[in-house]
Ligand binder design. Structure first.
Ligand code: ATR
Length: 274
C-alpha cells in the first residue's frame, strides 16, 4: 500500500483525503491519503521525515508552501512561483536524486479549471485580484497560457513586485480595478474576500459583463457574491472547487503517472463540500 498525504497547520478541514481516495478507488490503486499537522516551523523536517517513512507523495498547504521550497529540488514553475504544494519522492526512492521533486500544481489548477469550462486564455486580457500565494500561481498560469495579465492588489507594492516577475504583466493597487475588469476577458479572485463575509466582493457588480470568464478561488461558500453577480451579468463562472479539484488532479497524475479519474474525484469533493 502507498501512503500519500498533506502537511498543513491546521489541516483538520481538508477536502483532499476524500478527493484523492476516490481517485485511488476508481483506478484500483492500493493507497491511502492522510493529513499531518507539523509545527509551523518544521516544513523541512516534516518533508524529510515523510521521505524516510516511505511516504510516496505529499501535498503542502498553509503555512508550509514557501518553506517547502528549501527542502526539495523545485521544478522551474514552482521556483518561479516561489511555493511548492506537491512533493514527489519517486526521484529519491528510485535513486535518481538526493532531494524529492517539488511542484506547484495550483497554477495547473487555474489553467485546467478554465479549460474544463472551455475558456480560452491564449491572447486574452486577464485580471488577477490578489498577490498572495494563490495570486502568484494564477498570474504565472495565465501568462504562461498566453494571456496579458494585470495584477491588482490591496497592497499595490505586492502587485507591482509580482508583475515584475510575470512575463508581460502589469501590477497596481485597486483604484482602477473596475476599468481593468470592464476591459478584460478573464478574471480571477485570488483574495480571501467573500470567504469570511459572504456579502463581500472584490469587484463591484457594475464592472462585470457578459464577455467575462470569472474564477473565484474562494470555495466556501461555493457560490460567492462575486460568482452570483458575474452569472447575473452573463459571465461564465468557475467556482473555487474546480481550482481545488484540478490542483489535486495534477498532483495525482504526477504521483501515479496515470490519468486521474476527474469525475470520481470531483464527485467526492462536491459531496464533501455539501
Ligand atoms: P494566499 O496564499 O491564500 O493567497 P495571502 O498570501 O495571505 O493568502 O494573500 C491574501 C491575498 O488576499 C492578498 O493579496 C491580500 O491583499 P494584501 O496583499 O493587500 O494583504 C488579499 N486580501 C485579503 N483580505 C483582503 C481585503 N479585505 N480586501 C482586499 N484584498 C484582501
Amino acid at each position: 500500500m502507498q501512503v500519500y498525504g498533506l502537511i498543513g497547520n491546521p489541516v483538520g478541514h481538508s477536502l483532499s483525503p476524500p478527493m484523492h481516495e476516490a481517485g485511488y478507488g476508481s483506478l484500483g490503486i492500493d493507497a491511502r491519503y492522510v493529513t499531518f499537522e507539523p509545527a509551523p516551523d518544521d516544513a523541512a523536517e516534516a518533508i524529510e521525515g515523510a521521505g524516510a517513512l516511505g511516504v510516496a507523495g505529499l501535498n503542502v498547504t498553509v503555512p508550509f508552501k514557501q518553506d517547502a521550497l528549501e527542502a526539495v529540488d523545485p521544478a522551474p514553475l514552482a521556483e518561479r512561483i516561489g511555493a511548492v504544494n506537491t512533493v514527489d519522492f519517486a526521484p529519491v526512492r528510485e535513486g535518481d536524486a538526493d532531494r524529492p521533486r517539488g511542484h506547484n500544481t495550483d497554477a495547473a489548477g487555474v489553467k485546467r479549471a478554465f479549460s474544463h469550462h472551455d475558456v480560452e486564455i491564449d491572447g486574452r486580457d486577464a485580471v488577477v485580484v490578489g498577490a498572495g500565494g494563490a495570486g502568484r500561481a494564477a498570474a504565472f498560469a495565465l501568462a504562461d497560457a498566453g494571456a496579458a495579465v494585470h495584477v491588482a492588489n490591496r497592497t499595490a507594492e505586492r502587485a507591482v513586485e509580482l508583475a515584475e516577475a510575470v512575463p508581460g504583466a502589469t501590477g497596481a493597487g485597486l483604484d482602477d480595478l473596475g476599468d481593468r475588469v470592464a476591459a478584460a476577458d478573464v478574471l480571477v479572485n485570488a483574495t480571501s474576500v467573500g470567504m469570511d463575509d459572504p456579502d463581500a466582493t472584490p469587484v463591484p457588480a457594475e464592472h462585470l459583463h457578459g464577455d467575462l470568464a470569472v474564477l473565484d478561488a474562494v470555495y466556501a461558500p461555493i457560490e460567492t457574491r462575486l460568482l452570483r453577480e458575474a452569472a447575473d451579468a452573463g459571465a461564465t463562472t468557475v467556482d473555487g472547487a474546480w481550482m481545488l479539484l484540478f490542483q489535486g488532479v495534477e498532483a495525482f497524475e504526477i504521483w501515479t503517472g496515470a490519468d486521474a479519474p476527474v469525475e470520481a474525484m470531483n464527485a467526492a469533493l462536491r459531496a464533501e463540500l455539501e
